[in-house]
Design a binder for this molecule. Structure first.
Ligand SMILES: [Zn+2]
Length: 257
């Protein structure tokens, strides 16, 4: 099984009762995913804790500005939701609005009962989910190597009396090296298949190696300018000990990015 994806980790971290035996099994066996999960749980626990706003010190507006920016929230909630409450709290005190307040407090009580958006319970779950996604992204960015990046690709079409076709792509590995990945729908070589990068006018060519099956991955020489050798060629080489191209090509295509 591959590592758990961010969505699975988020669901596990957000919902204690989330049952997915395969996922739980992987989590128990994989230290890497377990570490990610533990980091997420700490975040969820921190955010999920029901806020007792009467006892909390009100954070300055820069805190909300940071949250707003980090989560990419819309402009409609740009204003610090605690700013108005802090002003209210200074004049009336945190206990100013109990549910059974006398009639003189009717208007404040209604406001309180309805609650600002950040006081409604669902909002905290959503905020927890959003925070988890941000943390998942950060954790995975820090702990997982970057995925291979595709630099160029080519469709490989059959030549002359052949019918094998397929594709080729050049991908960058995390260490910056480049690999040519080739896949054909059949192996038509009478001898063996050899993979080449060739100049557009076919005057210069670089052998990348032997391909014994219908697919293979080949290192591209460091420093080789692919724009000078954009033609991907799979040849049929006889077992004659001659290292040159046999001039019998099975399939060919030109890389483009
Ligand atoms: Zn894992």
């Amino acid at each position: 099984m591959p590592h758990l994806d961010p969505e699975q980790l988020s669901l596990l971290a957000l919902y204690d009762g989330w049952e997915d035996p395969g996922v739980r099994e992987h989590l128990a066996a994989c230290p890497e995913c377990a570490a990610d999960f533990a980091a997420l749980r700490r975040t969820v626990d921190a955010v999920k804790t029901a806020p007792d706003t009467s006892r909390l010190a009100v954070p300055g507006p820069q805190v909300w500005a940071g949250i707003h920016r980090e989560l990419g929230l819309s402009g409609s909630v740009r204003e610090d939701p605690l700013a108005a409450d802090a002003a209210k709290g200074n004049s009336a005190g945190p206990a100013a609005a109990p549910a059974d307040a006398p009639p003189s407090n009717v208007i404040p009580v209604r406001r309180r009962t309805k609650g600002a958006w950040w006081q409604r319970p669902g909002t905290w779950v959503a905020a927890a989910a959003a925070a988890v996604l941000v943390v998942v992204g950060a954790v995975l960015t820090l702990t997982r190597p970057p995925q291979p990046q595709q630099l160029a690709s080519a469709q490989l079409a059959p030549l002359a009396q052949h019918s094998a076709a397929g594709s080729a792509k050049v991908v960058t590995a995390p260490d910056g090296s480049r690999n040519l990945e080739i896949s054909l729908d059949k192996d038509e070589a009478k001898g063996y298949q050899e993979v080449w990068l060739i100049a557009p006018d076919l005057s210069r060519l670089v052998s990348l190696g032997v391909m014994n099956s219908t697919s293979g991955t080949f290192q591209v020489p460091t420093g080789l300018d692919l724009s000078q050798y954009p033609v991907v060629d799979v040849s049929d080489e006889p077992m004659d000990g001659n290292p040159a191209h046999s001039s019998v090509s099975i399939a060919r295509g030109t890389l483009s990015s």
